[in-house]
Design a binder for this molecule. Sequence first.
Ligand SMILES: [Zn+2]
Length: 131
Amino acid sequence: MDKIEIIRKTIKGKWYDLFFEKNTNKSCSLCDYFNDSRDNDCVDCPIFLYTTRHNCHDTPYWGYRKHLKEIHSEENEYTSASGIFKSIDIPSMIYLNTDRNRNCCHIFIREELLFLFKILRIERKRCQKQN
Ligand SMILES: [Zn+2]
């Protein structure tokens, strides 16, 4: 799958779910492809290429996480409070928080979406240059 498709997949999957449905059982497609759970390398992830930082630091994602922690006392984005779960490559199950009827979270989710659209635009330009 090409990078543009992967970016689109995380937007349409996880983040649209959070924005429009207020919950999701999807993980980030970019992380699925580029984040090696053993050493968190993020190599070749379009977000890493843009920020040059691992694990989405310096992106709105961590603003969202900080909000979850400080306002909702949620250490993790994925929480056992949720009934929805998905298994991922690492041994333990992770749970997504489904209590998304929280308008306060929306502004952070929106910021992340806008950021991902920007990454999508940058990646499209990169592809055009190569062709
Ligand atoms: Zn909130």
